[in-house]
Design a protein around this ligand. Structure first.
Ligand code: A3P
Length: 325
């Protein structure tokens, strides 16, 4: 395994100096790799490792998202749906373990000292794995497999922008001046944000979901907020864990929605006080993953001109695709 990590590191070292640079949100710079902007350290290394060495299993369940679109929420929901016969709601793992530990990122094991904690090969099936990798950059082994399942969650870019800006400024090292909203807005519009351009990211998964709807379920944060019961049921169906009539009449769907609600998760001790370790040096307080959890909080931050410009970019980029926000 360490040989493989070293190999990915070599490709990384050869590639990095040739990539275009842009201003970073959490780090000083982002670099553009295969059309998308990523953090030049961990994110790019991880991405290359996955492209070169990750071995999917036919039963894997992948959660894909643009950052700040509802990843944490979906992790909790999918974990609760798939494992609902294993755990009771009174002593459920999600009550004491953060969603990102229950449902790790694909590369979570790479920098873990205690490898056994995130030993991907040792994970029981179905493995629940997440990533922000754009669809076009996924290795063929992940997209060609006939049985793979992807859930993609997207969100109104105005809320994504605000959520990203506030989140990244919390994580931005003190040596770097905070990013102003005006600057963040400009960068976001130009596509220069982690895993941006936003619109290309969303369209990659949207088109793939139209081509292979049985493999990729495309969800919207706003719809999940509006009709959580309907969507949790369709998630169960899609993932091959349909809810029986008996489960429905016993209120299992409601229990899952309640367990994973913003109100419930954000008030748990584990999500208020513990820290999430993503890669070497990159630790994030769990509480940063729970801010407002609302639709339309952009109204409290963006000016009318910003809204008009961002909506216009979204309209133009998505017009031909049939995807609307
Ligand atoms: P806000 O910053 O708008 O509040 P991600 O998980 O992809 O990083 O996205 C984080 C966003 O999802 C944050 O949005 C966060 O508050 C919101 N969120 C986290 N858990 C949620 C939940 N259980 N229900 C609804 N929204 C949630």
């Amino acid at each position: 395994d360490s040989d493989l990590i070293q190999k990915a590191d070599e490709r990384y070292r050869e590639t990095l100096p040739n990539l275009p640079k842009g201003k970073g949100w959490m780090t000083q710079h982002l670099v553009q790799y295969q059309g998308f902007w990523v953090n030049p350290d961990a994110a790019l290394k991880n991405l290359m490792w996955i492209q070169d060495h990750f071995k999917p299993r036919p039963t894997d369940i992948f959660l894909a998202s643009f950052p700040k679109s509802g990843t944490t929420w979906l992790k909790a929901l999918i974990f609760a749906i798939v494992n609902r016969t294993r755990y009771g709601f009174a002593d459920h793992p999600l009550l004491t373990t953060g969603p990102h530990d229950c449902f790790p990122f694909l590369y979570a094991h790479l920098y873990e000292k205690d490898r056994s904690r995130f030993d991907l090969d040792g994970f029981p099936s179905p493995r629940l794995l997440s990533s922000h990798i754009p669809y076009a950059s996924l290795p063929n082994s992940m997209t060609d497999n006939q049985s793979y399942r992807f859930i993609y969650i997207c969100r109104d870019p105005k809320d994504v922008l605000v959520s990203t800006w506030l989140f990244m400024n919390k994580l931005r090292p003190k040596e770097l001046a905070p990013l102003s909203l005006e600057e963040a807005f400009e960068l976001f519009c130009q596509g220069i944000s982690p895993y941006g351009p936003f619109w290309d990211h969303v369209l990659g998964y949207w088109r793939a979901s139209l081509e292979t709807p049985e493999k990729i379920l495309f969800l919207k944060y706003e719809e999940l907020k509006k009709e959580p019961f309907v969507i949790v049921k369709s998630l169960g169906e899609f993932l091959g864990y349909p809810f029986s009539l008996e489960e429905e009449s016993k209120g299992v769907v409601e229990e899952i929605v309640k367990l994973c609600s913003f109100e419930n998760l954000s008030n748990l001790e584990v999500n208020r006080t513990s820290v999430q370790k993503f890669s070497k040096g990159a630790t994030v307080d769990n509480r940063h993953f729970f801010r407002e959890g609302k639709v339309g909080d952009w109204r409290n931050y963006l000016t009318a001109e910003m809204v008009e410009r961002l909506d216009e970019i979204t309209y133009h980029n998505l017009l031909a695709s049939g995807l609307l926000f």
